[in-house]
Design a protein. Sequence first.
Lengths: 397, 81
Amino acid sequence: MGEFRMPSLGADMEAGKLVEWLVKPGAPVKRGDIVAVVETQKGAIEIEVFEEGVFERPLVDVGATVPVGTPLAIISGKEEVAAAAPPPAAEAKPAPEPVAAPPPPPPAAPPPPALPSVTAGERQRVSPAARQLAQEAGVDLAGIQGTGPSGEVTLADVEGRAGKAPAAPAAPAAEGAMTGMRAAIAAAMARSKREIPHYYLAHTVDLTAAEAFVARHNEGREPAERLLLGALLAKAVSLAARKYPEFNGHFENGVFTPGPSVHAGVAINIRGTGLVAPAIHDSDRLTLDALMAAMRDLVVRVRAGRFRASELSDPTITVSSLGERGVETLYGVIYPPQVAIVGFGMPVERPWAVDGMIGPRRVVSMTLAGDHRVSDGHRGALFLSAIENLLATPEAL
Amino acid sequence: MNAQDAEAALAQELRRIAPDVDPAEIDRDADLREQFDIDSMDFLNLVTALNKRFGIPIPDADYRRLASYAGAVAYLVEKVK
């Protein structure tokens, strides 16, 4: 018999609010099944179960906010199901110590490439901006019928409700006070800057080979099968992280533990709200096409306001890429308990010397923020060089 | 395809990839990506959705024609029979 607990979804999370159970008592569950939705500062997170058995009974009511580590439900092992006697109902236990991040998830199934579609009977989807406004304005999302194309609750839906709300009950935040995701980011980044002795390296990388590879790959392919440069960047960082394990893992309680796998967290901007960097599981082992599909799927789900617990807790290194718009260079701040973040600026055309000749080349600025408790600039430089070499031979990615 | 149908389809797909964007606020001639801070992944997802919906190829070279809302409507009117 196992207890299903409120997971820790990042160094900054202390408690979560149980929003919904997605399984009923008596239902069989297996590793990777999504059984609950928890509201955190980062939005609604789908929580997976990590054992096989039967969902015996919930221990926490929907709507309750409980500390990380609190048992949420009883999951019976298969063999116990028949014999399971109902345990005493209310055991007043002291609040448990926060537990470590949940165990590694099952091998990721290929993500469905489809765009989100919500049919009748499915649970409510809420856009991140809508969720934040609802929280600030004290609007109950449960009472709102979403009007988004997939049935999701949009900002406009909440605005409409917020306007009509009878004297907003929420205590108004002090002028300029941080709320929701911004508070979560502030907490994590303040901890990072307080605890992690960052060092920074920067290098400019010729993108000619990588961009030519993307263009060749996309030629004649359907849009659903096209690649973006971002997938190559994530794959190159992931492969290099496998070779340089001191940049891939978690530093907790004074000890660095290299990740058993590479789960690159890819930073995704959420317009007007902040950003998240959920994991692409086993990003070093996915083919470029599979990695691209996983990134697309992640972006779509983040936009719809839904991602999974393991995606938030599992990243072993972060990749942050500005894409086609912005500035040349991005210096990252490490997301604890990770120990490295690789940043890519906007690719630009610059005069570049090759074989004694100067010509225009597309280049990108690549940076590393590393954790001096685990590595130093010398190894960091080798790590970045490895990424550069991988991008120069994209066929090998 | 007439402009009205093209516009309705575009608005629907745009809201699907960017639920936080309000089509009522669109400046029809401005760059969609600049205007709504749509990144390249969102844009590719929009292209993919239009491709699936209408069965038109939309090669990379045509992306610039989809840059603005008005441009994208005109493109659909031309390409979708």
